[in-house]
Design a protein around this ligand. Structure first.
Ligand code: S3P
Length: 171
């Protein structure tokens, strides 16, 4: 594994549909590191799906669990970690990632994000009459924060292998 990484977790951040899970899985295989998906770990820990957590306990409760799960995963050392789109917005999580890991923002445009999330209906934040407007608002709010990641890579549709290589080259 690369020197820049030196056993630190590689943490993928970015909006829903940016390709964090898909690229993360391939990147892990490419680097010979284990892959973990924070959303899946949260669902396992809670014994319920993310939409159900949002519905039954609310977003704030989900964020508390997300913060704890990511903190635990960051302490596992050299893994590739896909985080949920909102995780890096949490100040405590950002500090923990800066301390323990290397962050990579997979940056994508609105069209790419919308095309990808249309395929999966399991995102509570987009279950409203104007998911595209929501996505635009999230881009405005979150991109300035994602921009503080250690590495920024453009993620375009149908080019996962290129994205993987761009991340590897940037490490
Ligand atoms: C969220 C993104 C989701 C999931 C939850 C909230 C967000 O993860 O954590 O629905 O706030 O952007 P993905 O980015 O993997 O879709």
């Amino acid at each position: 594994v690369r020197e820049g990484l030196a056993g630190r977790p590689l943490v993928l951040v970015g909006l829903m549909g940016a390709g964090k899970s898909t690229v993360g899985r391939r990147l892990a295989a490419r680097l010979g590191m284990p892959f973990r998906d924070a959303d899946n770990e949260i669902e396992e820990a809670a014994g319920m799906t993310i939409p159900d957590i949002f519905e039954m306990y609310g977003e704030a409760h989900f964020r508390d669990g997300e913060r704890r799960v990511i903190d635990r995963l960051l302490r596992e050392g050299g893994i590739v970690l896909a985080t949920g789109g909102g995780a890096f917005m949490d100040e405590t999580t950002r500090a923990a990632v800066a301390d323990l890991g290397v962050s990579v923002w997979l940056k994508a445009d609105l069209e790419t994000l919308m095309r990808r999330v249309r395929k999966r209906a399991n995102r509570p934040l987009l279950q409203n009459p104007d998911p595209e407007g929501t996505m635009r608002t999230l881009m405005e709010r979150r991109y300035p924060v994602y921009a503080s990641a250690d590495v920024v890579v453009e993620s375009h549709d149908g080019a996962h292998e290129e994205v993987v290589e761009a991340v590897v080259a940037a490490l």
